[in-house]
Design a protein around this ligand. Structure first.
Ligand code: LLP
Length: 432
């Protein structure tokens, strides 16, 4: 046998590290959490969330900027509470998300409401609660929002989401700023839409926004989008419509598998230099980051149930599945999978190439393909970078209750969501 498996920090995840013989999140041993709470289990590091937020806060020091956490990435109440307590606002896309913000103690005045299909009921609810801004995505939506506001005796603060037609160079399903996407108002229609908005009795134009995609790992698409948005601001203001704030959306990527996105403060140093050069550096700025605040703050623990060797493939069957971790099935996404307690003494010769799959009855139910692992049934694995777009996209497919969630803060582990029972999954149903 060769030397023991190296014990180390995991790249891009400073708060998740091997210490002695096991993987820890901050000061908490993951094997202890798996035994106490069972698997699959999501575990998040509060310090990791705050340090990701810190990079943005450093980047914006001395500027007028509001960070609105895009809560679709992870909308668990205690996660929202971390960001609300740190002074963040929230980017929401439904009345349900607004209800969560309120339940978590978020400030409604710091809420911006994005999305192409807001209902009248959602608009009314948001107006009554007094959110900060509606990010409107079509001219038809302007008309409806104005009607709803007039009948509620309110003026709706609006920003128009413009589609800058910039390629964010990411997966097509998470690219949103190109002409063929359903999002935003086309660049060439923007001035007309602003004139329309300014003419409507129930609206008050306050800003402009754009969001070009997600898991963006390069700086250039942001710089290009910013140029286009600033050209539009100049045009709109020349037409006599003042723009109070500029919102550059979210989208900054994380390191899943050797990805090298810029750090948030580095990205913003470049973007702010452009804003300064063009004379917009002292404007009120908004951003809507999601993944980059929570993605690498979370892991999903899962137990190896069966090893199933085969002629073409060896399968490592684990108790987490596509209903818990939908990203591989939906986007062929890569999440690193590592042992929680590496088998000491194991060398490369003991490792086997596996497809790591879940129990769901679909061939698309895989968590990782062609992974070299040293495992036995009963071992616990950690699926990394599972803080964003995992639990928030989880489903009950195959009548699987959703996983429990833990928030680690130093040496304390808080259960922030109980595991759903089978009964919970059909509690709202009834027989005829
Ligand atoms: N603002 C708007 C208007 C958005 O549509 C999104 C994400 C964000 C902000 C936050 O983007 P982020 O900073 O997280 O990249 N489920 C996919 C990602 C979908 C992103 C949807 N919009 C995934 O798992 O990769």
């Amino acid at each position: 046998m060769n030397a023991p498996v190296a014990l180390k920090t995991l790249p891009g995840q400073p708060h998740i590290a091997y210490q002695n013989d096991g993987l820890m999140v901050e000061g908490v041993r993951l094997s202890d959490l798996a035994s106490e709470y069972g698997t699959p289990l999501f575990v998040y590091s509060k310090a990791a969330m705050l340090s990701a937020l810190g990079a943005y806060q450093r980047g914006f020091a001395g500027r007028k900027a509001q960070i609105c956490y895009a809560m679709k990435a992870n909308s668990s109440l205690a996660v929202l509470q971390v960001f609300a307590d740190a002074g963040c606002g929230f980017d929401i896309v439904s009345g349900g998300e607004l209800a969560r913000v309120l339940a978590a103690g978020g400030d409604p005045a710091k809420v911006i409401f994005s999305g192409v299909g807001k209902t009248r009921a959602e608009m009314k609810q948001a107006l009554q609660i007094g959110i900060g801004c509606f990010n409107v995505e079509s001219e038809a939506e302007l008309d409806v929002l104005s009607q709803v506001a007039v009948s509620a005796g309110k003026k709706a603060p609006v920003s128009l989401r413009v589609n800058p037609n910039v390629d964010p160079k990411t997966h097509p399903y998470i690219s949103t700023g190109l002409k063929g996407n359903k999002f935003g108002i086309a660049h060439e229609d923007t001035l007309r839409a602003y004139r329309h908005a300014a003419s409507l009795p129930g609206l008050h134009v306050v800003g402009i926004d754009c969001h070009i995609g997600s898991q963006i790992t390069e700086t250039t698409p942001y710089l290009d989008a910013m140029d286009r948005v600033l050209d539009l601001v100049a045009e709109i203001e020349a037409a006599g419509i003042p723009i109070h704030h500029i919102d550059f959306g979210g989208g900054l990527g994380i390191n899943y598998n050797g990805d090298t996105p810029p750090e948030a403060d580095m990205l913003w140093a470049q973007l702010l230099a452009k804003l300064d050069a063009r004379g917009y550096g002292q404007r009120q700025l908004m951003i809507e980051p999601g993944r980059s605040l929570v993605g690498n703050a979370g892991v999903c623990l899962t137990e190896v149930m069966y090893l199933k060797p085969g002629e073409q493939k060896n399968f490592c069957i684990v108790d987490a599945a596509m209903n818990d971790l939908p990203r591989p099935a939906m986007y062929q996404a890569f999440h690193q999978i590592v042992p929680v307690t590496p088998r000491l003494g194991a060398d490369a010769g003991d490792s086997v190439l596996y497809d790591v799959v879940g129990p769901v009855c679909e061939s698309g139910d895989w968590i990782g393909r062609d992974r070299q692992l040293v495992v036995q049934a009963g071992d616990t694995l950690a699926v990394l970078s599972a803080g964003a777009y995992c639990m928030s996209m989880a489903s009950n497919y195959n009548t699987r209750g959703r996983a429990a969630e833990i928030l680690v803060d130093g040496t304390r582990a808080h259960l922030i969501r109980q595991r759903e029972s089978a009964f919970d999954t059909f509690a709202l149903e009834q027989l005829v």
